[in-house]
Ligand binder design. Structure first.
Ligand code: SF4
Length: 393
């Protein structure tokens, strides 16, 4: 618990105290009633906390480190995913790997299968790598220090802040989409970056830290933990993207957007880059046994290590014909078997699949091989190609 503030806890109601928050980047300083906001949220959270299995009180004899491990798993699963979806995944995961040592002993395929359906598979891989690192460096004790958490694969400032505050009750900031919406309405803040690009030194991180430090001043058994969870719940249930429930909001007396009735203007979305249209071309190639040819994505980055139909990006017919020559593949027909539209960052992609065949001289390799339809269920396949294969098969 090395990060407790150690400051004297406040007991009674205090006059509205303003605490300065400054931002070098934004070149201004402004004052927030941090203790009052923290107290209002803590009072609201007591009866309103959403039940979630990882929030259940730590059972007697469970080491704090094991509890922190469960919080870490939940926070990793919750990124871009709803609580109701995560709950069954979390329960299954904790039953199979109840502590960091059991996860560290798992193999990557098991972990990916357990994660299947949650997307963003690098997160699952990073959980495994991080668990092994915790065994190696920390002797299986899940770290409590922010700096140590940040050294684990896949752990960024949000996850480190969530684990430190929720599990260990340290006054560490969290900033995610819900918190951004809540804070930007409370203080009518606009920003030009995307939420994922905000750095801990940015204004919203500083406000969040100032608030959780104020919560640490309040007489409460787990004030930092409860405060950050209250911010998350407020953003999810009261200060919702549309039609926020301001009349029942405990923060309405402090909320500038409510006073101005400008809630719908915050958070102001950063300008989005223009959409770029792209057409990708894939081939469905079967061998005599009806097995399907797949290619492994070897480039680092998105979907690294996943399988997909042989593909050329940003290359429609007729140019795609040439692009498949190095793989010794060619088209049987110019009529697509199926097509799919999807988005990746600023690209709107039309993916077309054509019937194809192998040419003389083709040979399978480690990254280009045939799989039976049954085997497809046991290997990681990119989601767009899995959808296409489902359509075709
Ligand atoms: S008063 Fe309304 S806009 Fe302001 S924080 Fe509460 S719910 Fe959000």
């Amino acid at each position: 618990m090395g990060e407790q503030t150690g400051r004297k806890k406040q007991t009674g109601k205090s006059a509205l105290k303003m605490q300065p928050v400054s931002s070098a980047a934004a070149e201004f300083t402004f004052q927030i009633p941090a203790v009052e906001i923290a107290r209002s949220l803590l009072e609201w959270f007591k009866p309103e906390a959403r039940p979630m299995p990882w929030r259940d009180p730590r059972s007697e004899g469970t080491p704090l480190s094991d509890y922190a491990y469960g919080i870490w798993i939940s926070e990793s699963m919750l990124q871009q995913t709803q609580v109701s979806t995560v709950i069954p995944y979390w329960k299954r995961w904790m039953e199979k790997w109840p502590r960091v040592a059991s996860l560290a002993a798992a193999c990557e395929e098991e972990v990916l299968l357990m994660w299947e359906g949650l997307g963003y598979y690098n997160r699952a891989r990073n959980l495994l790598k991080a668990a092994r690192k915790v065994m190696e460096i920390h002797g299986g004790v899940f770290p409590s220090r922010h700096e140590e958490l940040l050294e684990l694969p896949g752990v960024g400032p949000y996850t480190a802040g969530a684990v430190c505050s929720i599990a260990y009750n340290h006054p560490r900031a969290i900033v995610d989409g819900n918190v951004i919406r809540l804070l930007s309405r409370l203080f009518t803040l606009s920003f030009t970056q995307r939420p994922s690009e905000l750095k801990p030194q940015d204004l919203l991180w500083q406000i969040s830290e100032s608030l959780v430090r104020a919560a640490a001043e309040i007489e409460h058994p787990q004030s930092c933990s409860a405060f950050n969870q209250a911010m998350m719940d407020m953003g999810a249930t009261i200060c919702t993207p549309t039609n926020p429930l301001c009349l029942t909001c405990p923060l309405s007396p402090h909320c500038k957007a409510y006073k101005e009735q400008s809630q719908s203007q915050y958070p102001q979305p950063p300008a989005r880059p223009a959409l770029v249209l792209r057409e990708d071309t894939a081939l469905l190639v079967r061998d005599a046994g009806k097995n399907i040819l797949l290619q492994k994505r070897t480039a680092t980055g998105r979907n690294h290590g996943f399988w997909q139909l042989p593909l050329v990006e940003n290359t429609p017919l007729p140019k795609a014909q040439e692009a498949f020559h190095p793989l010794r593949l060619s088209f049987i027909s110019r009529e697509p078997l199926a097509r799919l539209q999807h988005h990746i960052t600023c690209y709107r992609i039309t993916l077309k699949v054509y019937p194809g065949k192998t040419d003389g001289g083709f040979s399978q390799g480690e990254n280009l091989r045939f799989f039976s339809e049954k085997e497809l269920g046991a290997i990681p396949v990119t989601s767009s190609h899995r959808k296409l294969l489902q359509k075709i098969l």
